[in-house]
Write a protein that binds this ligand. Structure first.
Ligand SMILES: Cc1cc2nc3c(=O)[nH]c(=O)nc-3n(C[C@H](O)[C@H](O)[C@H](O)COP(=O)(O)OP(=O)(O)OC[C@H]3O[C@@H](n4cnc5c(N)ncnc54)[C@H](O)[C@@H]3O)c2cc1C
Length: 329
């Protein structure tokens, strides 16, 4: 019997976790529109600096994910960064949870996870259409893949658009469940400095007010050989200045951080994360769409934001697919 063909849309934490699990039983292809893997596990190089500009750290609140992170620690993929909650002045308020960083970078965690998988980057899906009992996945370059099962881990509004492009009609309850999911945006600023950032160990602050949600010194974090900061704007600031020029955003955030004079000219980059973090989540770890060939939606908007939620969602979605295929065999 031929193995079931599964197409996973998205090579972030959810998609990569699921793909690993499904590999035993299925032929799995992971498609991502990005130049590399990782999605919001994102790292950028500017000159000699290395800056994590999406997820900053990984925490574990479940035994299932703690086991995975333990393995990553043993394999040298992640390392403890600090333990406790960062306060507005950078002091630690103990909450019993270690914050893990990628040993090299957050993106390297995803690269490690992608090893051994058939991951196709620079492969943007344009439409997901149903055939009688299977799926047709059309890429923007016009190429097509056939799949018995689709696992969609892109931010949910993007998954809805792909289904609409394929003329897929959802049941009213599935449409309502997907349309209820919402995300906050986040503008991230990255800048290389010509001297210390002024932050103290472990190298981050979580301000109480103002436009800055979080600021980290990537050198103190242990991933950059030179001083370089990542600043995340609050959702309110990000909404208000979404369409502003990079220069206006830079001015406002560097003012708030009081870092103007330390920034190396020409080293600032801005990333706009439209779907940064889910603000309204689906209550379950995945959603299997009804009355269609097997199609499962997963990702951090399903039962738990953050890297941990994405991983657990991917794992739960893979189990659902395995049991669906078992039932259909
Ligand atoms: C600024 C910021 C800070 C954060 N900080 C933290 C933190 O400190 N700790 C924490 O735990 N979490 C944090 N998070 C959240 C964390 O990054 C996410 O919860 C997690 O990485 C989501 O993984 P995912 O696989 O669900 O989605 P994603 O990582 O978004 O993966 C989805 C993938 O789908 C791909 N895709 C989308 N559309 C298509 C298409 N049409 N065709 C092909 N591919 C497509 C995208 O390119 C992407 O790679 C942060 C997020 C942001 C943005």
């Amino acid at each position: 019997m031929s193995r079931p063909r599964v197409v996973v849309v998205g090579a972030g934490m959810a998609g990569l976790t699921a793909a690993h699990q499904l590999l035993k039983q299925c032929d799995v292809v992971v498609l991502d529109k990005g130049r590399g893997v990782g999605g919001r596990l994102a790292t950028r190089r500017i000159g000699d600096a290395t800056l994590d500009h999406g997820a900053q750290f990984i925490t574990t609140h479940s035994a299932e994910f703690a086991l995975i992170v333990d393995r990553w620690v043993n394999d040298g993929v992640v390392a403890p960064w600090f333990r406790g909650r960062i306060g507005p002045e950078g002091a630690l308020d103990p909450d019993g949870h270690t914050r893990f960083r990628g040993s090299v970078s957050m993106n390297a965690v995803a690269k490690n996870l992608a090893a051994g998988l058939d991951v196709r980057t620079a492969s943007q899906v344009a439409a997901l259409a149903r055939d009688a009992e299977s799926w047709r996945v059309t890429l923007v370059d016009g190429s097509e893949l056939a799949a018995d099962v689709v696992l969609a881990t892109a931010p949910v509004p993007q998954t809805i658009a792909l289904l609409e492009n394929g003329d897929v009609v959802l049941t009213s309850s599935d449409a309502a469940a997907l349309n209820a999911i919402a995300y906050d945006p986040c503008i991230a600023l990255m800048a290389v400095l010509d001297g210390p950032s002024g932050l103290t160990e472990p190298g981050a602050v979580d301000p109480d007010g103002g436009p800055i949600d979080w600021m980290a010194d990537n050198q103190l974090k242990g991933i950059s050989p030179v001083p370089a900061v990542t600043i995340h704007a609050t959702p309110d600031f990000s909404c208000a200045l979404w369409d502003a020029s990079d220069e206006a955003i830079t001015e406002a955030l560097l003012d708030a951080a009081q870092l103007h004079s330390a920034v190396i000219s020409g080293s600032v980059q801005i990333q706009r994360w439209l779907y940064a973090r889910p603000s309204v989540e689906h209550p379950e770890r995945f959603l299997r769409l009804s009355d269609l060939p097997p199609f499962v939606c997963a990702g951090d908007a399903f039962g738990g934001a953050k890297v941990e939620g994405a991983a657990l969602s991917g794992a739960a979605a893979a189990r659902e697919i395995e049991s669906t295929l078992g039932r259909n065999a």
